[in-house]
Design a protein. Structure first.
Length: 416
């Protein structure tokens, strides 16, 4: 064989190998995407994991504002009602989240007292919750939502609503992921629930550094956190995994997750951080133990109850809903971390509709898995010039976010 023929054969074989490797990579990525989509087809977040107090400070939310927000677990939407906005449109493509949001709104409107609402959403093992639903809420629900909560979910014939007789926060994709984390820690002799026995920030840090942090150095945990599918339960899709991996020296996310959990565990007093209670106790604190989520606090009950009719929940996407809005008709936009999942085309389509629908002085807030804003360098210049990034305020409020699981918090204001 001539030298030329040898080189040609080598190059052909090399290209074939590259094509096969690329095909395998694409196949694995496709499988990851399909698995994530399958897992996300059920209830994902019984509780939203973005701090509503940070949201409201960032938006400078006030009376008369018109909002569009992604639903998730619905806790933040209800908290926003305490500021008396004129209207909130809530969107979600997940029908389970849509049903949960509609249920929570109806509970505020139709349960007799604040105590009933707290028992429904803030306490575990209250056997009368499903009966309260039957008596006060179900007759007022739309047909689809009532059918959802009355639906049977297993061979034992339990209705979906019966989960509130037990503990909804142990269900859903995230709730089960947290439960799996507790189980793995137990295999190494660590009871994560012992964190709630601490009585000071010093004790919280000691527990984290001596009991929790060493877990992330275990070879098995480092291996697990290098698998994209192992973190789907945190709501981390393949795209977000890659963003987080860019913050780590290796392929494992263990160092990144350790740093995020350190903030959750050590930067805020436990009694003031219900997110930490969900992570370590898998429930909310009682009145004597600590503070409930913002939307369940007594001081906000009357406002939320009075304003609940100002919310409309849509089974739709954000861009889709905005396309139906008149120009300059929305004051505040809450995107959660949805843009981490988007292509450049999707981000530009979204911001095109945001820019059209945004009223003068409108604000957009969102979170990112990594630290940097995902729209920088990806938005068209024409769209980007219409918005001012409030970088200093974003960084300040990111430090105050008690949920602690995101790398970045971002505020954009429509340029005058």
């Amino acid at each position: 064989m001539s030298e030329f023929a040898h080189d040609a054969g080598f190059n052909t074989n090399h290209r074939l190998k590259d094509a096969l490797l690329q095909h395998r990579t694409l196949s694995r990525e496709g499988l990851s995407e399909r698995l994530f989509g399958l897992l996300f087809s059920g209830l994902v977040y019984p509780q939203i994991w973005e701090d509503p107090d940070v949201d409201m400070a960032a938006m400078e939310l006030g009376a008369g504002h018109r909002m569009v927000t992604i639903a998730s677990g619905g806790c933040n939407m209800l908290a926003y009602l305490s500021r008396h906005p004129a209207r909130i449109d809530v969107v979600d493509l997940n029908p389970h989240h849509v049903a949960l949001n509609r249920l929570k709104l109806a509970a505020f409107r139709f349960l007799p007292t604040h105590g009933d609402v707290v028992r429904q959403f803030g306490m575990e093992n209250i056997a009368s919750n499903s009966r309260a639903y039957d008596t006060f809420i179900a007759p007022k629900l739309d047909v689809a939502t009532r059918r959802y909560w009355n639906g049977r979910t297993n061979a034992f014939g339990r209705r979906r609503i019966d989960v509130f007789d037990r503990n909804i926060y142990k269900t859903g994709l995230l709730g089960r992921f947290i439960g799996a984390g507790h189980l793995v820690a137990r295999l190494y002799g660590v009871r994560l629930s012992e964190m709630i026995e601490t009585r000071s920030l010093r004790e919280q840090r000691h527990f984290f550094e001596t009991r929790v942090a060493p877990l992330f150095d275990k070879p098995a945990i480092r291996w697990l956190t290098s698998r994209k599918s192992s973190l789907f339960g945190l709501g981390i899709p393949p795209q977000q995994f890659d963003e987080l991996a860019s913050l780590s020296d290796g392929k494992s996310l263990a160092p990144v997750l350790k740093a995020r959990l350190e903030k959750l565990s050590c930067h805020f007093p436990l009694r003031d951080n219900y997110f930490a209670w969900q992570a370590y106790a898998r429930r909310y604190p009682t009145g004597a133990e600590g503070a409930l989520p913002t939307y369940l606090k007594l001081e906000h009950y009357d406002a939320i109850r009075a304003n609940a009719e100002r919310v409309e929940v849509h089974h739709a996407g954000f861009t889709e809903l905005l396309a139906q809005k008149p120009a300059e008709s929305v004051d505040r936009f809450v995107l959660l971390d949805a843009q981490d999942w988007m292509t450049d085309g999707q981000i530009n389509a979204l911001w095109s509709e945001i820019s059209r629908a945004a009223a003068p002085g409108a604000r957009v807030i969102f979170r990112t898995a990594a630290e940097k804003s995902v729209i920088e360098g990806r938005l068209s210049q024409a769209l980007r010039e219409r918005w001012t990034y409030l970088a200093e305020r974003s960084a300040e409020l990111n430090l105050r976010d008690r949920s602690a699981i995101y790398g970045g918090f971002h505020i954009y204001e429509k340029t005058a």
